[in-house]
Ligand binder design. Structure first.
Ligand code: MTE
Ligand code: MO
Length: 409
């Protein structure tokens, strides 16, 4: 079987003259840097949810020691989550051609016989299964979540989170084994020959450098059609960005909408000025405020973006409303406020409520916004009132707020 060139187990089956240590090494080193950045930005992104704060924010309750690194998410700089998640998603999409080319370059090894020459070899091949399987799993779950909007109801986070740890563990082992060889190959300190070089190469149709330009061009194209989803003025260039569908229209409320009021099942009768009351609860009891009463309180403006886990973000918008810390003061917290639990009018859906940390409630830029860009919030942007907090993931900026509960969670 090993010698029959019609079967993939035979080295002679694989004929592309592009395969060899140089091509694999270049792609491998790009992935070494890129995937490390993806892993770090991904872990940081998860910390931004403040999962230690409350079960409401915790999307992977069984994470155990994998949550060792979690930290209290800061509110400075205000674009922190926007940058982190923008890099995570844009880079992930950009690396797809590199990942595919890298896998293509080593695919003969998948079929190599015998399956294991020694115990070390067997362990190496098992780690490769975790590496390739884990890598494909992370890229596929990531892209599906970005493109199809929660195809894994409630379970994308644990899948992607645990997958990342499995994948990265195998990735570190692989990098330790292979990086020295890849660097030597690129410095041409060693003869360019290994089992990836086809024993009976076909005529080249493209040079190795040409092939690399092709892969790089694919990445560049994906980058250029994705990166625009990180700013209002560039959004039209983001051809590959999801949610091109719900047209936010123009004007002050004309920025990205993910879930409309109709989608969230918000009943207009409930948001009506006569019916809606904000219920604020804290140490000294409960107060109820109509929108008109809220608008009588001292109002402040904050320029803050919305940045979604899916990798899109808006430019800074001008929000205007009541400071969360001022609302805390109404219910007995004169100094710094405690943690805060926010609930919306929405009855179903994982993001209908969120927990905010004391530092987020205390930041003077954190608002219960009534207006955006000089106008009332539109129904789709959370009318009558929405939370907006600097540096936080979009999920924590609850729309259609009904109730704020201050107190240690
Ligand atoms: N009540 C409520 N608030 C919510 C959501 C939601 O589903 N329900 N979605 C959140 C998410 S995931 C994001 S990214 C921001 C912005 O979402 P939008 O584009 O739908 O306005 O609102 C947040 N606020
Ligand atoms: Mo989001």
């Amino acid at each position: 079987m090993r010698d029959d060139p019609r079967l993939p187990m035979s080295p002679r089956f694989w004929r592309s003259p592009l395969r060899g240590p140089w091509f694999t090494s270049v792609l491998g080193l790009v992935l070494l840097v890129g995937i490390t950045v993806l892993f770090v930005t991904g872990l940081v992104s998860y910390a931004a949810y403040n999962p230690d704060l409350s079960p409401v924010n915790d999307k992977t309750p069984d994470k155990g020691i994998l949550g060792f690194y979690l930290f209290a998410w800061p509110t400075h700089p205000h674009w922190l989550y926007r940058l982190d998640q923008g890099v995570h998603v844009t880079l992930g999409i950009t690396l797809i051609p590199v990942l595919l080319a890298k896998l293509w370059s080593v695919v003969p090894r998948l079929f190599a016989l015998p399956p294991a020459r020694s115990l070390t070899h067997a362990l190496e091949r098992i780690s490769l299964l975790l590496l390739v399987g884990g890598g494909l799993f992370e890229f596929v779950t990531g892209v599906l979540n970005v493109q199809l909007d929660y195809v894994f109801p409630g379970s994308f986070y644990p899948l992607h989170f645990y997958g990342a740890w499995v994948f990265f563990a195998a990735f570190v082992a692989h990098a330790l084994l292979k990086t020295p060889m890849a660097l030597r190959t690129l410095r041409r300190l060693r003869e360019e020959k290994n089992d990836l070089v086809p024993p009976r190469p076909a005529e080249p149709t493209v040079s190795r450098r040409g092939a690399l330009w092709f892969v790089g061009g694919g990445s560049l194209l994906l980058f250029l059609t994705t990166v625009g989803q990180n700013a209002d003025s560039l959004r039209r260039t983001a051809l590959l960005a999801p949610h091109g569908g719900a047209d936010p229209g123009s004007g002050p409320n004309g920025f990205q909408i993910n879930k409309t009021a109709a989608y969230a099942g918000i009943d207009e009768a409930e948001t009506d000025a006569d019916a809606w009351r904000l219920v604020v609860t804290g140490r000294t009891g409960t107060v109820r405020l109509s929108r008109a009463q809220l608008a009588e309180l001292p109002l402040y403006s904050s320029a803050l973006p919305i940045a979604c886990v899916e990798g899109w973000s808006t430019s800074d918008q001008w929000w205007r409303g009541v400071r969360l810390r001022d609302l805390a003061a109404l219910v007995g917290y004169d100094g710094d406020p405690p943690d805060l639990f926010v609930e919306s009018l929405q009855r179903h859906g994982a993001f209908r409520r969120a927990a905010l940390r004391a530092n987020q409630a205390a930041d003077p830029r954190s608002l219960l916004a009534l207006y955006v860009n000089g106008e009332d919030l539109s129904p789709d942007h959370g009318y009558p009132a929405r939370v907006i907090v600097p540096a936080a993931p979009g999920v924590l900026n609850t729309k259609w707020v009904a109730r704020l509960t201050f107190g240690d969670l």
